[in-house]
Design a protein around this ligand. Sequence first.
Ligand SMILES: Nc1ncnc2c1ncn2[C@@H]1O[C@H](COP(=O)(O)OP(=O)(O)OP(=O)(O)O)[C@@H](O)[C@H]1O
Ligand SMILES: [Mg+2]
Length: 289
Amino acid sequence: MAIENINIISESVEKENALSSQSVKSNESVIVKSAKSAESVIAVSTTDLTVWFYERTGVENININIKKDSVTAIIGPSGCGKSTFLRALNFMHDLTPGAKVTGEIKILGKDITEFNGVEIRKKVGMVFQKANPFPTMTIYDNVISGLKLNGMHKKSFYDELVESSLIHAGLWKETKDRLKVSAYSLSGGQQQRLCIARTLAVKPEIILMDEPTSALDPISTGNVENTIHDLKKEYTIVIVTHNMQQASRVSDYTAYFYLGKLIEHGKTSTIFTNPKEKLTEEYITGKFG
Ligand SMILES: Nc1ncnc2c1ncn2[C@@H]1O[C@H](COP(=O)(O)OP(=O)(O)OP(=O)(O)O)[C@@H](O)[C@H]1O
Ligand SMILES: [Mg+2]
């Protein structure tokens, strides 16, 4: 089957469609209510999202609805567009030479073009593959580094914020007695959780993570996964991973990308046990990739 002909499946879209057709059968007030509730549970929505690098595309016609307060794993072989998709969600292609983004992206119901760069990065935080704390800064200063840019506050405000962010990131116990030492004294896994704490301190609603544990040992990976698990009560998380076990452990929904297209999107349990598309099945059973 040609990739172009693959019918992209998105459970959320299906659900939304079901919801709206149901509403049409009843009355107008129900329609309004359904539309509102559908909107309020969707954190990120894209329509025909395409990212161009000069004449070539990194991702093509991505249509997806990502549910609020859930973890969505993005999986797929190297070069299929996972990072490209993620980066589109907080303007990171703006600085890439030759990059152009077309189609529509809605963040919490609002078109992304209505935000400026600072606003979008407050709403949509990003954690990278390689932990990147500021090397000359202390643990404490690293946590609040995203914030100082937004104006000064009292010391007690920062103290509380550092504590709550480190607690949320699962790093407080290990660092509370050494907040004023260099972030470089932390292990790789601790540095990655510090980067998560730094992201949380800005109080985003959506957190994008691009292979956040690929450079970590299994114990540190487990700690970061526990952190992700705790965070999903309050945050919408989109995580790119090459690790299938990780995707099945941490995510509620999984999206499978292949050659720049979204092939299938649905509940993680369904994608891993009963995928609808042959391409998904081949990938998750290790036939390629
Ligand atoms: N800055 C860029 N300039 C030109 N092409 C790019 C750029 N960034 C990505 N691409 C291309 O877009 C496609 C998707 O790349 P992307 O980095 O999103 O893949 P990926 O799924 O994240 O891969 P990996 O698993 O290896 O990280 C690739 O063909 C890549 O070469
Ligand atoms: Mg990538």
